[in-house]
Write a protein that binds this ligand. Structure first.
Ligand code: HPA
Length: 276
């Protein structure tokens, strides 16, 4: 059997399935909720849900803290789509699959993507619990979701000179200021995982200019940019990256810290959506 391609035509098949089940109003934004940040989903009103496992082309989410559901609803009264859960390359998925939900969100009409993640802090000014506006990223996954034939409407060599939208970043800063939310800024570096980094790797990442490190987001942002979506990225710093802290890193710690930062994260994203 030929391998399923997670391309534009697969996204159209998912669109058909989903639009028969969800209220389809053009969303002002689609939001990908990172590890431990799924609580925003409970703020959605008029919510209708489709489990990932039902969506053509979606495998089951496997990581604790990732519910695996696509939600259509309203946030601050504005129509949004939210993905609680995502697919990671460390689960064994190809980059194109990790980015496939982004294609589906685009097919459902989303032109603004808000991505979030849990990340290890590298920048000395970051502490666990901080939110960081992603200004730029480094693709250290050594995989690209656009490998292979490009879709008819997609550039062969997408520009990545401004992966994160300047205006959306400005809105996020305004919302943070107005609500007394501390919002750091920096460069996110995406690694394959599933191991956390060694101290030597963290020193290298710091030297390269990374402020935070995680195992997601980069494939989704690449596909979003190839499709012309504007992107806002927010990391929740859950721990200091290895070698910068005295304790080993655990997934439980990552989830626990996001629980503390979740209230600020939810207020930030709600405020941004309100202004779109
Ligand atoms: N490294 C990579 N990914 C992560 C980390 C980390 O320290 N914390 C949360 N996600």
């Amino acid at each position: 059997m030929p391998e399923l391609l997670h391309d534009a035509s697969a996204a159209r098949a998912a669109l058909e399935y989903i639009s028969a089940r969800l209220r389809t109003e053009p969303p002002v934004a689609a939001i990908i909720l990172g590890s431990g940040l799924g609580g925003l989903a409970s703020r959605l009103t008029d919510a209708t849900r489709v489990p990932f496992a039902e969506i053509p082309g979606f495998p089951r989410a496997t990581v604790a803290g990732h519910a695996g559901v696509l939600i259509a609803g309203r946030l601050a009264g504005r129509p949004v789509l939210a993905l609680a859960g995502r697919f990671h390359m460390y689960e064994g998925h190809a980059a194109a699959l990790a980015a496939f939900p982004t294609r589906v969100l685009h097919a459902l009409g989303a032109r603004t993507l808000i991505v979030s993640n849990a990340a290890g802090g590298i920048g000395r000014s970051l502490t666990p619990g901080d939110l960081m506006l992603i200004r730029d990223h480094v693709n250290f996954m050594f995989r690209n979701p656009l490998l292979g034939p490009n879709g008819a409407d997609e550039p062969r060599f997408p520009d990545m000179s401004a992966p994160y939208d300047a205006r959306l970043g400005e809105i996020a800063r305004e919302v943070a200021r107005a609500n007394g939310i501390a919002l750091a800024e920096g460069v996110y570096c995406g690694l394959l995982g599933p191991t956390y980094e060694t101290p030597a790797e963290v020193r290298m990442l710091a030297f390269m200019g990374a402020d935070a490190v995680g195992m997601s987001t980069v494939p989704e942002v690449i596909v979003a940019r190839a499709l012309g979506m504007r992107v806002l990225g927010v990391s929740c710093v859950t721990n200091m990256a290895c070698g910068l802290a005295t304790q080993p890193i655990t997934h439980a710690e990552v989830i626990e810290t996001t629980a503390h930062a979740a209230a600020d994260f939810e207020r930030l994203i709600t405020g941004v959506v309100e202004r779109l």
